[in-house]
Design a protein around this ligand. Structure first.
Ligand SMILES: Cc1ncc(COP(=O)(O)O)c(C=O)c1O
Length: 455
């Protein structure tokens, strides 16, 4: 591939979504933000929206705001996410809690909805919180975890699931897009396998929503949950979304019975009785301020359309893979993400021993990818805010920190050149990325463990 073939400018010039990039808050000194799959950038309209909410709605309307839309916001926003990103008809989605808490509520409700069945099928490479929560539920309910060993460079397959499910399976749960490799699981086929076994399927959509189009209703998905602060740009710690297929809602008893999910909450009645709709997933007061930035970023997603987002996402990841092939593979880097479009999500993972030492020098140069232990750099590509020039700049900085082909040796933790103007200094970055980055890989597990996880 020639330098001209790898030119980012022609790609940016031909990009129908290019103008969206200027509609995000600028990040001084950041040359390449390649971590929108972890935390999306704030739209430029978000600060004004927050200010006007505080002054006019909170400050001006005070408690009357609850009757003027706040109380309904979990369902209103849930339906919006459902329509724009999940392929879900209204009345099945809410925004509430964190992903971890909502995942617990749905998983716990699912096993309760399958009495007499004692197994949960899950995989060793799912995001840690999902594995921990499922282990806790197994311990709490005396259930058996049936772990599928996942190849961290790919993901869960139908064959593996078909081998694992059976008449004792209550629940199967996986991530749709693997947080590590970006592998897209076949959610429709795997859900059908769960149904054939009489089980329910719960999907973690954190790395799909707002990046990979989803068709939850058409796929027959039972339950789903996901983060809103990644591709949906809801801001750090913004509340999660949850989905329950319409015909399952009335039979679903989530374990945290709170007043906000009760039928007629303002009756202040003696006993809990779940609300009639998907709102029964709620427990406490809706996090109205936490949901606010989503009202802005979802407008942008609506304007762009999820299909155009996906199209650009694939062009960005194709480009990242082309640059990797030309520059990084000769320097010992391997790609731990699928090549086929149908199986590739919104990020690509590159692997090379010693990558952890490169985070600091990259951050000093204004290049922000994500590190996943032991040796993975995730290149997150957010179609509305990432340009091709950014991918070029980020991967060329990485190339410059790796030893030349043939010279061998480790990575160049000391940058060979000075950071770009405005690219250094502690003012824009967190002190040291290393602490958060070192998430251990789960130890291999025996196929079946009763109660808590055996490592
Ligand atoms: C796939 C996946 N699931 C769950 C979570 C946890 O979400 P939270 O910390 O908001 O509960 C994350 C966080 O990054 C994630 O990537």
């Amino acid at each position: 591939m020639t330098a001209t073939d790898l030119d980012p400018d022609a790609r940016d010039a031909a990009d129908p979504l290019a103008s969206f990039r200027d509609r995000f808050v600028p990040a001084p000194g950041v040359v390449a933000y390649l971590d929108g799959n972890s935390l999306g950038r704030p739209p430029a309209l978000t600060p004004a929206r927050i200010e006007s909410f505080v002054r006019e709605e909170w400050g001006g309307r005070l408690i009357r705001g609850w009757d003027e839309g706040w109380w309904e916001q979990p369902g209103t926003l849930g339906d919006r996410i459902g329509a724009l990103a999940l392929g879900a008809a209204p009345g099945q989605s809410v925004v509430a809690d964190s992903t971890t808490v909502l995942f617990y509520k749905l998983a716990r409700a699912a096993v309760a909805a399958r009495p007499g069945r004692h197994e949960i099928v899950c995989d060793t490479d799912n995001f840690p919180t999902d594995r921990y929560v499922i282990s806790g539920i197994a311990a709490e309910r005396g259930l058996t975890l049936r772990w599928i060993e996942t190849d961290p460079a790919t993901g869960i397959t139908q064959e593996q699931v078909a081998d694992a499910v059976g008449p004792d399976t209550a629940l199967v749960t996986f991530s749709h897009v693997s947080y590590r490799s970006g592998w897209i699981a076949d959610a429709e086929a795997i859900t059908a396998l769960a149904h054939d076994a009489g089980a329910l399927a719960l999907w973690d959509l954190s790395h799909s929503a707002g990046s990979v189009p989803l068709e939850l209703d058409a796929w027959g998905v039972d339950l789903a949950v996901g983060c809103t602060y990644k591709y949906l740009c809801g801001g750090p710690g913004s509340p999660a979304f949850g989905y329950v297929r319409h015909d399952l809602i009335t039979g679903l008893d989530q374990p945290i019975h709170g007043w906000a999910g009760r039928r007629d909450p303002f009756a202040m009645a003696a006993d809990y009785e779940p609300g009639p709709g998907v709102r029964r997933l709620l427990s406490g007061t809706p996090p109205v301020l936490g949901m606010l930035p989503l009202t802005v970023s979802l407008d942008m997603l609506a304007e762009a359309g999820i299909d155009a987002v996906r199209e650009k996402s694939l062009r960005l990841s194709d480009y990242a893979l082309d640059l990797t092939g030309a520059w990084l593979v000769p320097r010992g880097v391997t790609v731990a993400s699928p090549r086929e479009h149908a199986r590739r999500g919104g990020h690509v993972t590159l692997v090379r021993p010693g990558f952890s030492e490169l985070l600091d020098p990259l951050w000093r140069r204004g290049v922000i990818p994500d590190y996943r232990a032991p040796d993975g750099l995730r290149i997150g590509l957010s179609p509305l805010s990432t340009s091709f020039a950014e991918v070029h700049a980020g991967l060329s900085a990485l190339r410059d920190l790796l030893p030349h082909p043939g010279r061998g040796g480790g990575v160049r933790a000391s940058p060979p050149a000075a950071p770009p103007p405005g690219g250094g200094g502690p003012d824009w970055g967190r002190p040291a990325p290393a602490g958060r980055a070192r998430i251990p890989r789960p130890a291999p597990r025996v196929p079946r463990t009763r109660g808590a996880v055996a490592t």
